[in-house]
Design a protein around this ligand. Structure first.
Ligand code: EPZ
Length: 421
């Protein structure tokens, strides 16, 4: 086990390069199960969830070749359906994309129940609704999900009861080779939905409308290998933007698509932060200004991302006045506020709302990462606070941030990892 130690109170100054997007890489990696051939995937982030995904696929018979730090060749020609390891699958939520990929390739799937961050209840009823609409009979208990299309898959119309990133991605995977046409309505519009559609189309798929709330999929008989580069991680970029603002620094975040960051940029400007946009970078500076309060409601894309909620809450703690955070996507994504309270944050949570009273400064403390993005928020809090902050349980942060300590160190942060015990 390791912990992170931060000697905070120093402004972040310099340049940070964003890695490939975790939540785009994972469905694309599992999407390779649909392809009988070699897929070269570029701009992959070097994070634990990608490593575990590789282990799952190799366990199932895939061959995975490292070409360089961010490029891997994945060949699933010999993958055996229904053979994924229950223990490995439980390590991450994205393993449930194996369901859609196995259904898409074999007309059936058998996958252990997924893991992932604990934000309260995270059902998969919309995923199952889509699989059943395509002709599958789905059985599940607490340990596994089984889907079988006894009469084969058939394109169909699916109207999701709510906007779900995972269900949209999973049904795209299941439908891309289903005979006929599938139309997904009330689809999620996140950039990583577009990325998966672009990957599948590069393999020979016929998907249109990704990025809108209506996605049309014309089934193809098979998919071929390809070379594809993952989009940059908008949540990683947003995390560093907020870290720069919280430390009163001046940071250029490169390898970004500014359009993906619009809701974050807009909120930061509202709070008095100067954000300059280039073609593939954003520059964040405080220029001696004071942070002012704001209100945020998390929403599906293009709204303010729920994966930026904890990080934004830290910035609100340092802004003058009372800010309000409304978490409208997940049931219980405020567990981290107890950790922030140890640092002197004044946050009152009631249901899906958090009332945050700005303080002059936080105080160093020993805290822990309660989930991936909450862990990143604790890092931001430590960077903004004079004295030494310790963060335990950092393996949760390493699931989704590529070389966080190295990237921050290069921008003047006094941050290091240490073995615990
Ligand atoms: C994905 O989770 C991401 N995870 C999450 O990122 C992200 O917070 C979330 O999308 C929203 O953007 C991965 O991509 C691996 P949803 P997912 O289905 O697919 C409810 C991170 O930090 N729902 O859009 O699980 C659900 O409970 C992680 O990188 C149903 O009710 O999110 C939630 O309240 C954390 N039934 C809401 O919809 C369903 O069948 C949105 O969930 C599916 C979802």
């Amino acid at each position: 086990m390791e912990k992170i130690l931060i000697d905070g109170g120093k402004p972040l100054v310099g340049e940070i390069e964003t890695s490939g997007m975790k939540n785009a890489a994972l469905p694309i990696i599992f999407g390779c199960v649909l392809v009988k051939g070699r897929c070269v995937i570029e701009n992959l982030p070097e994070i634990d969830d990608v490593e575990v995904s590789f282990q799952i696929l190799e366990d199932m018979g895939a061959t995975i070749e490292r070409i360089d730090r961010t490029t891997y060749a994945i060949d699933c020609t010999k993958v055996r359906g229904g053979s994924s390891s229950v223990q490995l699958v439980r390590k991450l939520r994205a393993s449930y994309y194996l369901l859609g990929a196995e259904i898409g390739r074999y007309g059936k799937a058998y996958v252990g129940s997924p893991g992932g961050c604990d934000f309260g209840c995270r059902p998969i009823d919309q995923h199952i609704k889509g699989f059943e609409a395509l002709g599958c009979t789905v059985r599940m208990d607490g340990n596994y999900v089984e889907a079988v299309a006894h009469k084969g898959l058939q394109g169909t119309n699916i109207f999701f009861d709510l906007v779900s990133v995972g269900a949209t991605l999973n049904v795209m995977l299941a439908a891309v080779c289903a005979p006929g046409v599938t139309v997904i309505e009330n689809a999620a519009r996140e950039p990583h939905i577009v990325d998966l559609a672009n990957f599948l189309n590069t393999c020979g798929g016929h998907i249109s409308g990704a990025g809108t709330d209506t996605i049309k999929i014309k089934g193809v008989t098979e998919l071929h290998g390809c070379t594809y580069a993952i989009i940059p991680d908008m949540i990683e970029a947003g995390t560093y933007m907020i870290a720069a603002a919280a430390t009163g620094g001046h940071l250029k975040v490169t390898n970004v698509i500014p359009k993906h960051l619009e809701s974050i940029t807009s909120k930061l400007c509202e709070m008095g932060v100067t954000v300059t946009e280039g073609d593939d970078f954003v520059e964040v500076a405080m220029e001696g200004k004071k942070l002012t309060r704001t209100n945020v409601k998390t929403l599906p894309y293009p709204g303010f991302p729920t994966d930026m909620q904890p990080q934004m809450a830290v910035l609100m703690c340092l802004a003058e006045g009372i800010s309000n955070m409304h978490e409208s996507v997940f049931d219980n994504r405020f567990r981290y506020t107890e950790e922030l309270a140890r640092m002197g944050a004044l946050i009152k949570v009631s249901g899906k709302m958090a009332r945050i009273e700005g303080v002059k400064s936080l105080r160093p403390a020993r805290v822990r990462a309660v989930d991936l993005r909450a862990g990143a928020a604790m890092v931001i809090a430590g960077l903004a606070t004079e004295g030494t902050t310790e963060i335990d349980n950092i393996q949760l942060i390493e699931r989704g941030y590529d070389d966080l300590v190295g990237k921050l160190t290069k921008c003047g942060a006094d941050i290091r990892k240490e073995q615990v015990g």
